[in-house]
Every structure is written in C-alpha cells, then in structure tokens.
Ligand binder design. Structure first.
Ligand code: SF4
Length: 288
C-alpha cells in the first residue's frame, strides 16, 4: 500500500499520489498517460484525473503498480479496475496487468486460443486474475522470454498445470521448466506460434511470434514513443550487445505488426513501417 507520509512533493494536489517507493518502471505512464508524468526520480501525478476514463485508467495503474507506490487519499473501490484485467489489446491478445516487482514491473500478456492459451512472462499471481484467466480458458503454456521475468510462474503452474517454456541459456533460473528450447533455430510450438531464440539481453533470451502478426519481445526490443522508433536497451544488456545485434538482424526475416515488449508501450504499425523501424534500430545498434 502506498504511504501518504511518503507522498512525493511533485504530485499535483488532489486525491491520487505516488509515493517515494516508485521504481520508475513506466507502467502507470503507459496505462494513464494524462495523469502520470515522469521526472528524474520516477513517476508523479502531473494532473489529477478529471473524467471517468482518466479516473478508471489511474485505478488500473494503481492495481498494476509493482511496488504499490500509487495511492489515493480516500479509499476507492478497486473492483472494477481489478476485473478489467486481462484487458484486450487486439484480436485474442491481452495485457495481464498486476505487474511484478521481481521482474521490474515488466508487462505480461495472454494469448487466448482454442488450442490452449499462452501466458507470456509473468504477472503477480492474484486470485481474481486467475479466476478471470480461467473464464478465458486457463493456461496451457507459460512462455518465459528470459530469466528476469519469471515472477510467479510456480503459482500459475500449481493452479493451471502450465507447461513452462524457457531457452536452455536461461535454464538455471527455471530448472523445472517442462519445455526447454535448445540452440538458435526457430522452434515451432504450433502452426501459428514460433519461438525465436535471440541471445543478447541474456544468454537465453527468446521472442515469440504469433500469427506472423504479434511479436512478444521481452527485453530484446521495444518502442520509444517520443522518438517514434524501435529501440534496444544498450545499458541493460546483460550478456552480449554483439549477439543482441545479430539476433535483431534475424528478425528481419519475419513479418509482424505488433511489438509487445516487457518494458514500454505495446506498439502497432503496418508491416512495412515495422520493417523500416527494425532496420533503423539495427543500424543504430551497429553504431554503438
Ligand atoms: S507503476 Fe508504480 S513503480 Fe511503476 S512508474 Fe508508476 S508509480 Fe512507479
């Protein structure tokens, strides 16, 4: 729970506030961009919600904040905001909300498919979220892009009997994984799902391509809305920048319209625009 006595002085006067425990994960600024702003320290309330929509988005941010750093002066009903997750992004792809501190507030996603749903990376395990996922068909596979974002995988495994998938390069973080990806060749999990090993951020980082349309990128690739370009995190590359650049080049062979990253904005563009942005990202990486 956020603490009123630790309220950041930068918050605009009013009911919503961010306290000093914020880890600057960006989640609130993505979910409620009108309300939450950013400074050198992290997030703060730049404008109190004025409309019903802004209030609802601020409450979605509050329940998703990995460190419970967002508070309200008076107690507000959170049921509707909690029940809104997983929230649909497009087609059968959902954002799970309830970000976890252990994955530095990374986004996690759910793909709903007749052949079995897939959870990508891990939200906090919250009973109401688990119930909602049950109503959407449960979870067959739990794909972990890399070692840092596995959070509550064990609780989801206990509840849903998930088959956890990780690359051998990051297996030490999840030795109990039921499916292990070996080597650097694409791994076809189903006709509409391909796992693309992409070492760089970590040794065993992989991305997941769904329907040649949605690319779940973990910490490999993200989008910078201010510069309107695809980016990679040079200062958060734990294994090899050269390998990450090489892995990025391999993505040029694939078509996709969505980049769904662990950190940053879920982003849509047409295929040509995505290819252009990917090429520009690779050139930038080669120059670093
Ligand atoms: S979601 Fe929470 S931790 Fe993340 S930036 Fe906002 S206030 Fe900070």
């Amino acid at each position: 729970m956020a603490t009123l006595s630790k309220r950041r002085p930068e918050n605009q006067v009013g009911p919503f506030y961010v306290d000093s425990s914020c880890i600057d994960c960006e989640t609130c600024r993505i979910l409620a961009p009108q309300v939450f702003g950013e400074d050198r320290i992290g997030s703060f309330v730049q404008k109190q919600p004025e409309s019903e929509l802004e209030t609802f988005q601020a409450l979605q941010a509050l329940v998703s904040c990995p460190t419970a750093s967002i508070g309200t002066e008076d107690r507000l009903d959170l049921q509707e905001a909690k029940a809104s997750f997983p929230r649909k992004i497009a087609d059968s792809v959902y954002h799970c909300g309830f970000h976890s501190k252990s994955s530095f507030g990374a986004f996690s996603y759910l793909i709903v498919r007749e052949e079995g749903n897939i959870l990508i990376d891990s939200p906090r395990y919250i009973p109401s979220l688990a119930e909602k996922i049950k109503s959407l068909g449960g979870i067959r596979y739990h794909f972990l892009t890399h070692r840092d974002d596995i959070a509550d995988h064990e609780k989801f495994h206990q509840e849903f009997g998930t088959q956890r998938i990780i690359h051998e390069g990051d297996l030490s973080s999840l030795p109990e994984a039921e499916i292990v990806i070996h080597g650097n060749d694409p791994y076809s999990l189903a006709k509409d799902l391909v796992i693309l090993p992409g070492p760089g951020h970590t040794k065993g980082h992989s991305t997941l391509l769904y329907k040649n349309e949605f690319l779940f990128t973990g910490d490999h690739l993200a989008f910078d809305p201010k510069k309107e370009r695809l980016i990679a995190f040079r200062n958060a590359c734990w294994y090899s920048w050269e390998k990450q650049t090489e892995s990025m080049r391999l993505l040029e062979k694939y078509d996709f319209e969505w980049v769904l990253p662990g950190h940053g904005h879920p982003t849509h563009a047409d295929r040509e625009k995505m290819k252009e942005m990917l090429r520009s990202c690779i050139s930038w990486m080669e120059s670093r």
